[in-house]
Design a protein around this ligand. Structure first.
Ligand code: GUN
Ligand code: ZN
Length: 434
């Protein structure tokens, strides 16, 4: 039996705290508590130290959180982070498609997937829903590397049979064969799950979207991930390509892709009918503020999504986003809402990056909180790094103020250790005390 006891300021959520209530309904702050982990699972949370037979790490004065869940990121886009000068459609052509081409090479795909997952762990992200590329090699590499790290990972071969260069196009028949083989190998294999992954409506024919719908219905528990209504030029293009659809989202709905296990990235340019359809389906939106700002895509209306009852999680959307860090993503989410005159609490952003995402993925029995019985995917954080953040921390008025300052000023330098199912995957093995 393997055991580990972590001491620190434990923080998680057990309910949706709402958008703007800083008093923190749903937040559980347990300062100076012990988190007891046995065989990879959380078995107790308690104020008193465990018995002498428990190996322990004393992180007194540090923050202990559930590992972050990133619901939208591209493993094949590390090479295009911070690419200058374009909006979505040009950015894809000029920067992204050429970079994704390299993932056809198995060695490159392994190396980039390893780098990508280690970088996620080094920002406190322990679970993710990931777009590799159109190549089966990129999917196998990502799943192999995730399995080696014990991570909860959702991914699938990107489907794209038109409006892309030859070297990235598949066709309906081969795409279906490849997808079925990948589903067979990876779906439900340990902590891995498969997502049917049409890139976005413009790069799939009706025949391919129909195949994606069949695929999704063919095996229980499959996820579906894609992009929707990110950029206004893109929305106009979709209207031209699919004149029979009521809206961009409706293209997916018509092909059976709007389900409770669907993750739609962006959703900036939706209308009320789209939101009602999302709500009725149980699908989630992955809000990607860093990417939306960097590509100039638009400002996501979180209040409208919340009012409609749609679960909203967060994605860093690298390479459109400029950082793999969910901390940076959370801070950007606050600023996007501020642009609309709204204020998002740190509780809500933390919920979106942890339990909210876990619930929307139907995985809250496993990830997203520090609840007893869940797997011990946890991250240990310094509340403040450097004299300015330390001073700000010192004068914080209450827990929300402290958390909000941590979220706004912090970055991966604040991260001390990341554990996946109780195994350290980032940080020094030496006992670290503040
Ligand atoms: N829409 C279609 N493909 C992509 C992509 O790779 N990144 C983003 N941000 N949007 C997309
Ligand atoms: Zn994306």
């Amino acid at each position: 039996m393997s055991r580990l006891a972590l001491r620190g300021d434990l923080l998680d959520l057990d309910a949706d705290p709402g958008l703007d209530d800083a008093s923190g309904p749903g937040a559980r702050f347990r300062p100076d508590h012990w988190l007891l982990i046995e065989d990879g699972r959380i078995v107790a949370v308690q104020p008193q130290a465990p018995g002498e037979d428990w190996p322990r790490e004393d992180h007194r004065g540090r923050l202990i959180l559930p590992g972050f869940i990133d619901t939208h990121v591209h493993s094949g886009q590390i090479d295009v982070i911070g690419a200058y000068g374009t909006a979505l459609l040009d950015w894809l052509e000029k920067h992204t498609f050429p970079a994704e081409r390299r993932m056809a090479d198995a060695d490159h795909a392994q190396r980039i997937s390893a780098l990508f997952l280690d970088a996620l762990l080094a920002t406190g992200t322990t679970s993710a829903s990931v777009f590799p590329t159109v190549h089966a090699t990129s999917v196998n590499a990502l799943f192999e590397q995730a399995q080696a790290r014990g991570m909860r990972l959702i991914a699938g071969k990107v489907l794209m049979d038109r409006h892309a260069p030859d070297f990235l196009r598949d066709d309906v028949v081969q795409a279906e064969l490849d997808s079925r083989a990948l589903i067979e190998r990876w779906h439900g294999n340990g902590r891995l799950a498969y997502a049917v992954t049409p890139r976005f409506a413009p790069t799939s024919s009706d025949a391919q979207l129909a195949m994606a719908g069949r695929l999704l219905a063919s095996t229980p528990g499959l996820y579906m991930q894609t992009h929707v209504a990110e950029n206004q030029d893109e929305v106009r293009w979709v209207a031209e390509l699919f004149p029979q659809a009521r809206s961009y989202l409706d293209v997916y709905a018509q092909h059976g892709l709007l389900t409770e296990r669907a993750i739609f990235a962006h959703g900036i340019w939706l209308d009320d009918a789209d939101r009602a359809a999302l709500r009725a389906s149980g699908a989630q939106l992955s809000h990607c503020p860093s990417s939306n700002l960097f590509l100039g895509s638009g400002l996501f209306d979180w209040a409208a999504a919340q009012a409609a009852g749609i679960p909203v999680s967060l994605g860093c959307d690298v390479g459109g986003g400029t950082s793999l860090s969910m901390l940076r993503t959370m801070a950007d989410a606050y600023k996007v809402q501020a642009m609309a005159g709204r204020r998002l609490t740190a509780w809500k952003t933390l919920y979106a990056a942890t339990l909210g995402a876990a619930r929307a993925l139907r995985l809250d029995h496993e990830i997203g909180s520090l609840a007893v019985g869940t797997l011990a995917d946890v991250a240990v954080w310094d509340w403040a790094v450097g004299p300015v953040a330390a001073r700000r921390h010192e004068v914080a008025r209450d827990v929300h103020d402290r958390l909000f300052a941590w979220m706004t000023l912090g970055d991966e330098r604040n991260l001390v250790a990341t554990f996946v199912a109780g195994q350290r995957r980032y940080g020094s093995t030496a006992l670290r005390t503040p």
